[in-house]
Design a protein around this ligand. Structure first.
Ligand SMILES: [Zn+2]
Ligand SMILES: [Zn+2]
Length: 376
């Protein structure tokens, strides 16, 4: 029987033997390399069993994957907020690949097609899913997340398996490295949408990491007039100023100087992407009465905050988490070249140098987005 997975590039001998032996042995699967986190500081490329394909799934040849802040948190602390790594888990939720095998019921995708993956797997049955807010699903299985047990494996493996419905087809020849930025750009588009930026508004973005940088790009495109970005790292600010024309301010060890805050003045909307109490405090000081603050960065637990200004100036503070239909919007804008995000890719590493890559990704003075790929 002809099986489409013959197209997979890197199948090892084990799986080829199985393929020849026929369907009866397919359940045994093959072995692939995967980027596995076991606990804080313990990350490695390990052998991982391949799973048989379900009817609605596809197998991909991994192309490029971006190291996200949450991947870094798992690496550095073994946890992201309340999601604690309790068993080996494949990391990664920002990735692109090429379809190399398709389940029997898959339509609209064919072998050899380049795709980017939406890592969301909502339950589609809870009240949030029922009301269309699938990103707030009460039992979301987000790829590369330890929120549930067993953990939901991510995409950083040689041949990740995903639902066909998670895939978005990319134009032939489109840069698969740039495509891996669709997920973080979707997060940025979602946050900016919640900010409801009035045309010409003054917008403050605190934090110029990947999300902050992409939020600044999205805020500019959404009609921000005066755009201000703050960060503790100078290179990040230089880059974002070049791409968006934003005014940038470097924050000292803890806070912006009073003089700098006076120069910024009052802003209509703040997008807090630093995930720091100091940044949120500053946002509350600088946001105008009845203005809006969108919290995008994860705040540390028990962050000491001065929230009084929220009341006295009736500022709205709202959270932004992941994305909804913004994923498709991100794919559209990136593949149409409506945005050029390539300058935010500052490092490319082979999975063989995974620890080096994570150390580089944590170095905010040098890097924005660090990407990984498998050597053939
Ligand atoms: Zn991410
Ligand atoms: Zn749900």
């Amino acid at each position: 029987m002809q099986r489409t997975f013959y197209a997979c590039k890197k199948k090892n001998i084990h799986s080829i033997v199985l393929a020849v032996a026929g369907d009866a042995m397919l359940a045994l699967g093959g072995i692939m390399r995967a980027c596995v986190i076991k606990s804080a500081g313990h990350i490695a490329i390990e052998q991982w069993p391949e799973t048989p394909l379900r009817k609605d799934e596809v197998r991909l040849d991994f192309a490029w994957g971006g190291i996200c802040g949450s991947d870094l948190h798992y690496y550095q602390h073994g946890r992201v907020a309340n999601s604690i790594v309790r068993e080996p888990m494949i990391l990664g939720h920002e990735f692109s690949g090429i379809v190399c095998e398709a389940g029997d019921d898959v339509t609209g995708l064919s072998i050899g097609q380049p795709v980017v993956v939406n890592p969301s797997r909502p339950c589609n049955t809870c009240d949030q899913c029922g009301s269309g807010l699938t990103h707030l699903c009460r039992s979301m299985r987000y790829m590369g997340s330890a929120a549930h047990q067993p953990h939901t494996n991510g995409g950083f493996s040689e041949r990740p398996v995903v639902l066909a419905s998670q895939c978005r087809v990319l134009p032939k020849g489109f840069d698969l490295a740039v495509a891996s930025l669709c997920e973080p750009f979707a997060v940025a588009l979602h946050a900016v949408a919640l900010g409801e930026i009035p045309p010409g508004a003054t917008v403050l973005v605190t934090g110029a990491g990947t999300i902050g940088s992409l939020v600044a790009v999205a805020a500019r495109n959404a009609g921000a007039g005066r755009l201000i970005v703050t960060d503790i790292a100078e290179p990040a600010l230089t880059r974002i100023a070049k791409v968006t024309g934003a005014e940038t301010f470097q924050v000292g060890s803890a806070e912006l100087s009073a003089e700098a805050e006076a120069v910024i003045g009052e802003v209509d909307v703040t997008l807090e992407c630093a995930g720091s109490a100091n940044a949120l405090d500053m946002a509350i000081r600088l946001t105008r009465p009845r203005g809006k603050i969108v919290q995008v960065g994860f705040l540390p637990p028990a962050a000491p905050l001065s929230l009084a200004g929220l009341l006295t100036r009736e500022i709205s503070l709202l959270g932004a988490y992941r994305f909804l239909e913004e994923f498709d919007l991100a794919v559209e804008q990136i593949t149409n070249n409506a945005v050029d995000l390539s300058s935010f890719i500052t490092g490319r590493y082979s999975m063989g140098q995974v620890e080096e890559a994570f150390v580089a990704a944590a170095d905010r003075s040098r890097n924005v987005k660090v990407l990984l790929h498998f050597d053939t």
